[in-house]
Design a protein around this ligand. Structure first.
Ligand code: PLP
Length: 350
């Protein structure tokens, strides 16, 4: 199916003249800067924090570009993935008219962000138990006002990946944008879909520094897409959306890739150990296979177990009210110590 960005871009965004900041208009690093109404005397923090940060985060993108094997022009950085999700709605969905498809159970922010933007959501649930895509019903649900389809792979809260063939079917039969949220890709056995950006101009991939990279507090999310789509993201974002401290610390953190890779390996190995341990407990009905840094566990009595754990100062996520996750708790993989503790405490339940 033909994808034409102009056909799906909102008219107000097409004609929008973006804000041009002082740092957009003069990019040099040397000189007397009297252009941005900053405090020229300095910052109380002995750092250059009196200066506005790079609006395009070029140093950080340069480093990410090498790690991800993707040109800078194909990278957008947001104040968390949440900002990228919000921008997708604002760029492509006419409030009160267009809509997006999501496949629950999945990440809650797609629906919240749609709601904030007054964009209707059409839900095509994942298939029960396997949590794979119901491609036939997704294709049926698409019409001229469908602008976005969100897939989360590996999916939160189920932990599984969705089949590439199913995603491909949608990509090839939809003239809107397919968003693949890869927040947990570092923990999966399969690779990111980044190389597919070359084949699919309607593909947007989301990743984040919040999970494997251990930088949830810095709020840095990434969107990867064709250059024209990234240009639209940049047109809409607030001028200085990533603050100077986050840019600086993330740049430093990205040098620790060996540490991150070692942690990922350990988390994956702990995930398998914990899954096996939990499977042995009498009140656990099922531990779903996971490609993420958490596991979905079906139990007889989720609320009581949740409260029991809270009383023991262990906090997990109760997902038992979520459709298709009845009875389920979502448990993040902790350190070896923490996981041992969890199992020890669960063994004395009842
Ligand atoms: C945690 C998570 C994110 C990350 O959001 P940030 O705003 O980047 O912290 C994105 N998508 C999914 C599915 C998540 O679970």
């Amino acid at each position: 199916m033909e994808f034409n960005l102009d056909n799906i871009l909102r008219e107000n965004i097409k004609t929008l003249k973006p804000y041009s900041s002082a740092r957009d208009e003069f990019k040099g690093k040397e000189g007397i800067f009297l252009d941005a109404n900053e405090n020229s005397f300095g910052s109380p923090l002995n750092e250059n924090y009196n200066r506005y940060p790079d609006p395009m985060q070029l140093d950080l993108k340069d480093k990410l570009s090498k790690i991800k094997g993707l040109p800078i022009q194909n990278i957008f950085l947001g104040n968390g993935s949440d900002e990228a999700i919000d921008i997708l709605f604002r760029a492509f969905c006419e409030p009160g008219k267009d809509y997006a498809i999501i496949c629950p159970p999945t990440y809650g922010m797609y629906e919240v962000s749609a709601g904030i933007n007054d964009v209707a959501i059409l839900k095509v649930p994942l298939l029960p138990e396997t949590f794979q895509l119901d491609t036939a019903n997704i294709l049926k649900a698409i019409n001229n006002n469908t602008k976005l389809i969100f897939f989360c792979c590996p999916n939160n809260p189920t932990g599984n990946g969705v089949k590439w063939n199913d995603i491909k079917t949608i990509l090839e039969n939809f003239s809107g944008i397919v968003v693949i949220d890869e927040a947990y890709i570092n923990f999966a056995k399969y690779r990111s879909l980044i190389p597919e950006l070359l084949n699919y101009p309607n593909l947007v991939i989301l990743q984040t520094l919040s999970k494997a990279w251990g930088l949830a507090g810095l709020r840095i999310g990434m969107a990867f897409a064709s250059e024209p789509i990234i240009d639209i993201f940049n047109k809409i974002k607030p001028p200085y959306n990533i603050n100077a401290v986050s840019q600086k610390l993330a740049l430093k953190a990205l040098d620790n890739i060996e540490q991150i890779n070692a942690w990922i390996k350990e988390i994956v190995s702990e995930r398998e150990i914990l899954s096996a341990e939990l499977q042995n407990l009498s009140f656990v009905q099922k531990v779903y296979p996971s490609d993420a840094n958490f596991i979905l566990v079906k139990t007889n009595d989720p609320q009581t177990i949740y409260n029991y754990l809270v009383a023991k100062k262990i906090i997990v996520r109760d997902r038992s009210k979520v459709e298709l996750c009845e009875g389920c708790l979502r448990i993040t993989i902790g350190t070896k110590e923490e996981n041992k503790n969890l199992v020890y405490i669960l063994k004395s339940y009842k």
